[in-house]
Design a protein around this ligand. Structure first.
Ligand code: IMP
Ligand code: MG
Length: 200
């Protein structure tokens, strides 16, 4: 039986509204996918004999981490566990963007005797990564960092990732592939750029 026009009309989910004004492509889904698989090979080549824990920084790194984990498994990496942490720049009412707080989603971070690889979306001024390293370094054997994006020209502290997906030399605000602007654009399958940087 043929469907009427009314039955064929589907409500567009609100999360997809942003696709109508989708930001320009910085790196396509294919470019990101290729780069993530190369990163997995780099990480596998650099790992020690110890078991490895990925410390995924919520929320921006969640898509990247999911693809990276599958790429690592695909090339035979085993002895892998995954933990989650989040970083907040607020204490009570006061905002201190240079000393953010690190929260472990499980309450503790079980890294004793393991190598830990921090999986982060983007490193700008470096304060977020500095706080993570401060929090985790005494809870594991060896701490390394993998960032999907790195913007070294904005750095305020001398710190950097061991593995980098893409290095940026512009101030464009990056969204998509898990990265957001005020909760928007995380669902985009590619990395897009918003030309006006809305940073404070
Ligand atoms: P910083 O290195 O302490 O300046 O902060 C890095 C954090 O700021 C990242 O973990 C992101 O959450 C956020 N961030 C910085 N730049 C961008 C961007 O271009 N797009 C999305 N989030 C960003
Ligand atoms: Mg982040």
């Amino acid at each position: 039986m043929a469907m009427s026009q009314e039955q064929l009309t589907v409500e567009r989910p609100t999360g997809l509204e942003s696709w109508r004004d989708a930001p320009p492509v910085l790196f396509s889904a294919e470019e990101v996918s290729r780069r993530v698989r190369t990163l997995a090979r780099e990480i596998a080549a650099a790992r020690s004999d110890r078991p490895l824990t990925l410390a995924v920084v919520l929320r921006g790194a969640f898509v990247f981490a999911a693809d990276l984990i599958r790429a690592l498994i695909e090339i035979g990496v085993r002895d892998l566990t995954v933990e989650f942490l989040s970083v907040a720049s607020y204490r009570g009412m006061a905002s201190d963007r240079t000393r953010p707080d690190v929260h472990y989603v499980n309450g503790i971070f079980p890294g004793e005797g393991r190598d830990v690889l921090v999986v982060e979306d983007i490193i700008d001024r470096g304060h977020t990564l500095e706080a993570i390293e401060r929090a985790l370094s005494s809870h594991c054997e060896r701490l390394r960092v993998c960032a999907l994006l790195d913007r070294p020209h904005l750095r305020e502290v001398p710190i950097g990732p061991h593995h980098v997906g893409f290095t940026l030399d512009t101030d464009d605000f990056v969204v998509g592939y898990g990265l957001d602007l005020d909760g928007r654009y995380r669902e985009l399958p590619y990395l897009g750029r918003l030309p006006a940087p809305p940073r404070a």
